[in-house]
Design a protein. Structure first.
Length: 255
């Protein structure tokens, strides 16, 4: 009994006979149901994909308005999360490698097309795509949770001295800006942002009298105390299993 939702396939193919043959292969599959929509050109296919939801693309490399593997990169740029399976009369290793480098998930030779292999490839590619989207959603959710933990620690630090909160926020913003200018990954940017917000957490280990006397350090003898506070802050933040090396980044500030 088929319980999965139908997979919506956009087949960009200018030869109607080939398109009908592929549609028959997929619609007769016993494991999964498919809804196949044909587009006769690159432009028509992209237009359809922008107006309708599609789960996978079957792409011919030789179309009236697109020739060769460059068409794969155009579709990949327009539909970054959608699996692309190429069906081509050019199934040699060079074309296959080039298509994969351009962003295709697989390539099948039209002259030797195996219905079972094609169906399995489409089904698995779509499931992997759905799994990646779910991982991204969960990652965003967890990032939000960790951000709330960071805000909580920052608020506790602010109870000790409200001025520290403003300073920590400035450091976090500056670090984030530098990380973005450097073109670092989203994970690295999140790590720098969080570490910047928490880098003063170690000051909570000081007594009120110590804190009052510590403003405006500039003597070399004070550096060891600053280092100790950063170590205390890194140790405190180490109690949380961050997805980024937050304690290590805090310690690097002293180094």
């Amino acid at each position: 009994m088929i319980t999965q939702a139908a997979i919506r396939v956009l087949h960009i193919e200018d030869h109607e006979m080939i398109a009908r043959m592929v549609a028959d292969m997929l619609t007769s599959a016993a494991i999964q149901t498919y809804h196949v929509q044909r587009a006769g050109s690159h432009a028509e296919g992209l237009q359809y994909a922008h107006e309708h939801s599609v789960d996978a693309i079957l792409l011919d490399l030789n179309l009236p308005d697109s020739r060769g593997v460059k068409g794969v990169s155009v579709v990949r740029a327009a539909l970054p999360g959608v699996p692309i399976v190429v069906l081509s009369s050019e199934g040699d290793s060079v074309t296959r490698r080039a298509a994969l480098d351009m962003g295709a998930d697989a390539l099948f030779d039209k002259a030797d097309l195996n219905p079972c292999a094609l169906e399995a490839c489409l089904r698995i590619s779509v499931r992997l795509s759905q799994a990646r989207k779910e991982c991204s959603r969960l990652k965003m959710l967890l990032t939000g949770k960790f951000t709330k933990v960071a805000r909580l620690v920052l608020r506790v630090t602010g109870l000790h001295n409200p001025d520290l909160v403003e300073h920590a926020i400035r450091v976090s913003q500056i670090g984030t800006g530098i990380a973005m200018e450097m073109g670092l990954s989203d994970e690295c940017i999140a790590a720098v942002q969080t570490a910047g917000a928490l880098h003063e957490a170690g000051r909570n280990s000081m007594s009120t009298d110590q804190f009052a006397a510590s403003g405006g350090w500039h003597r070399s003898s004070d550096l060891s105390e600053i280092g100790k506070q950063l170590e205390d802050g890194a140790a405190a933040c180490g109690c949380v299993d961050w997805p980024w090396p937050v304690p290590e980044i805090i310690l690097q500030q002293y180094e």
